[in-house]
Write a protein that binds this ligand. Sequence first.
Ligand code: SF4
Ligand code: SF4
Length: 213
Amino acid sequence: MQSVEEIQSRIDKIKPAGVIEDIFTDFPPESAGNQWQKEVLELLENDFLKDIYIKFQKILRMRSKYTCRCCATCCRLACSEFSPEELKKRADRGDNFARQFLSVFIPYSSKEEARKVYPEYISLLEENKETDVYFYHCPKLTSDNRCSDYENRPQICRDFPDNPLTLLPKSCGFCEWKKKSEETTLHLHAMIEIVEYYKTKIPVGTGSVLSER
Ligand code: SF4
Ligand code: SF4
């Protein structure tokens, strides 16, 4: 996988001469191997993750070249892996997304009701055997597809779609943006997962090294 090779080659490049073990070895404190691990953790945090963040911001800025066509599909059908009760618990624990979500969306009474709005989406979930999904809609949407509380709509509405990996209806004005940036976004997500894997598995411990500075 290209992302793994990319990260591993940068790690190998700063490997001290004389160290033959790999980066996941439990090196003695203050040894050359241990120092290498600290440098690698800094590299992951200050180089890779920062670069990923900058690239993702660029993708989000690209979105401004596209406009919403006001089809209102995203108001009429929002999905969550959480039930209303679970969202409520998350909101009570301070989860800002859950709080905003519950401030506008209410659950559909059945999947069939949701299917009428966006059949392709429901079919795709079924094909992928994703059954633990809850469907919601916003009662603030008017019959002529307008937001009746536009000035006060929460940030999640203003930001939609905030990720090119979001499944969008064909009618969505951001489909072209998604098409152009999906591959890069997938790559960035893979990079994040790999970086997090290295950060967890390097025995020197991410938090301790970086927070000491
Ligand atoms: S608050 Fe407005 S923009 Fe947000 S989901 Fe409801 S109708 Fe759509
Ligand atoms: S689905 Fe896309 S085009 Fe339709 S209202 Fe939502 S953001 Fe706008």
